[in-house]
Design a protein around this ligand. Structure first.
Ligand code: PEP
Length: 253
């Protein structure tokens, strides 16, 4: 189902006490402003999932992990399986983030496996895609995103695909303070929706949630979210301060 989502990707930030303070502030404010249409997702590092999950039970946000193993279980030291996440009532999981693609050499094939593991455990993948700066400069952004999506997601059935959230995150905008213009975001989101329509039909495409990520902040969120194909945001840096994150959440209400 197409949803309005604002998800915070905390990346490798915060200690336990800082994480507690941040999520508590978010929970307190959501109690006042939450609407049934609004979906707020907090994606803390693995060690804080349980604490955030416990707090989410009494609040108006859901919890997502930042990554998952492509394997089901076994001798994969340091990895976390989708079944483990599901056993902690995690609803979402980011996959294919550009930092994982870049620093951990994640291939589209590995990401497709992660997506399958998550779906088998009833967790909605937040599937990240997006082009690097030289690719945009060479006007290859559509080609790049099409390859990421077709290799990462189009092995799914339409029924499986219904649980996917897509996050378009141009790599040149992540953590750089350089945001895609609302026109650039809308153009790519509409393109992604057209790819989905071609593969699964218009109804599935219209039902897909597509988020924008990349230096989305308290100042520019409203303008980005005003676009018809931008359903919300995946927020990195600005999700680390409760006030900024909540301003972005309010921009989506
Ligand atoms: C991200 O890493 O998913 C992201 C969008 O980061 P930032 O908002 O800091 O650009």
């Amino acid at each position: 189902m197409r949803k309005k989502i604002v998800a915070g990707n905390w990346k490798m930030n915060k200690t336990f006490d800082d994480a507690y303070e941040l999520v508590e502030k978010i929970a307190d404010e959501l109690e006042k402003i939450a609407t049934p249409e609004m979906n707020v997702v907090v994606c803390p590092p693995f060690p804080f999932l349980e604490m955030c999950g416990d707090m989410s039970q009494e609040s108006f946000f859901a919890v997502g992990a930042q990554d998952v193993s492509e394997h089901e279980s076994g001798a994969y030291t340091g990895e976390v399986s989708a079944a483990m996440l599901a056993s902690m009532e995690i609803d979402y999981c980011i996959v294919g983030h550009s930092e994982r693609r870049a620093y951990h050499n994640e291939s589209n094939e590995a990401i497709a496996n992660k997506v399958k593991q998550l779906l088998a455990n009833d967790i909605s993948p937040i599937f990240c895609c997006g082009e690097k700066l030289p690719e945009r400069e060479a006007d290859k952004q559509f080609e790049v995103v099409e390859k990421q999506i077709s290799e990462g997601l189009f092995g799914l059935t339409a029924e499986e695909f219904a649980n996917i959230v897509i996050a378009y995150e141009p790599v040149w905008a992540i953590g750089t303070g350089k945001t895609a213009t609302p026109q650039q975001a809308q153009e790519m989101h509409a393109f992604i929706r057209s790819l989905i329509a071609k593969k699964y039909g218009k109804a599935v495409a219209d039902d897909t949630t597509i988020l924008y990520g990349g230096s989305c902040n308290a100042k520019n969120a409203k303008e980005l979210f005003a676009n018809p194909d931008v359903d919300g945001g995946l927020i990195g840096g600005a999700s680390l301060k409760a006030e900024d994150f909540l301003t972005i959440v309010k921009a989506r209400i």
